[in-house]
Design a binder for this molecule. Sequence first.
Ligand SMILES: *Cc1c(COP(=O)(O)O)cnc(C)c1O
Length: 361
Amino acid sequence: MEIKIQLTENPKQKPADESKLGFGHIFTDHMFIMDYDVGMGWHDARIVPYAPLSIYPSSMCLHYGQTVFEGLKAYRTADGTIQFFRPDENFKRLNVSNERLVIPAINEEDCLQALHTLVNIDKDWVPYTEGTSLYIRPFIIADDPYLGVRPANHYLFMIIMSPSGLYYSSGLDPVNIYVETKHVRAVRGGMGYTKTGGNYAASLIAQDEAHKQNYSQVLWLDGVEQKYIEEVGAMNIFFVINGEVVTPALHGSILSGITRKSAIEVCKSKGYTVSEKRISIQEIADAFDNGQLTECFGTGTAAVISPVGHLKWGDKVMEINDNKIGPVSQMLYDTMTGMQWGKVKDTFGWIQPLKPLDELK
Ligand SMILES: *Cc1c(COP(=O)(O)O)cnc(C)c1O
């Protein structure tokens, strides 16, 4: 694929204090864009200065939510190398989301070329401080100026990037999670397995209520019986019960996390038994009461591993492992972040170093 490059004439000041990066509000100098038109396919790949988009108020995505996205990171290692963690999985999943939203498939190799090219151009934006990273957001929107309900004929595929700070500033602090018993996020046959805006719109009300009660996120139950565990806001969920690692099986309403998949493989390689199955919230409460529930943690690109210290279900508050990180969570965190920041040898073939520009033609 040929990518036209137009460099900015006004490079922005990079954040001087990397301890204050936070998440998702600072953007790099450039972005990638490509158009799709019926009959032409994806075309006009280009990198241009980061700037507002010009779309019509009638753009279909603004009304009917035909959008998909991905989230991944570029990491800078101690020797200055920049690398990605399983980026091919992100573009594979983007196409899974595309299919559900009737968005035309995109060539995954072209996406990787776009990713490597854009990160090369803005590579000085990959932060240097240990634990920081460059968050990368590929996404597609339908922007036909039309108010009828149908799949669009024109789409934009874009990649924007944002330097992001250390997720845990004071060690791996366990989070408090609240089991949502009123609202549901997704149902089987719906869009729960895709990364599309509507799933997050559906979750805001519960998140808001959880925050009012001082819980950071909600744990969703299945959308039919509201008995079985699904996942957390933007994380998959794991439990350690009686020494066994368990996580809900994927059956259409849960996002298939790349961190989830990797955590399962790492656990198995270290000799743990991992089972993906249907788990009811009642079983978790029983395991807690019997003293068999020793750990609970979330997995996702943002935090990698997020130990759960308190899990609230109705009036029952379960304090897990004395609100401290447990051995499986710590092992996973050390192994996976170690690979990402180049401190632990990648024996799985998951790390992809940034390719130099002249290899990307
Ligand atoms: C992105 C996301 C995850 C985590 O996926 P990763 O690939 O591990 O980052 C989990 N659940 C939801 C709803 C998500 O959007």
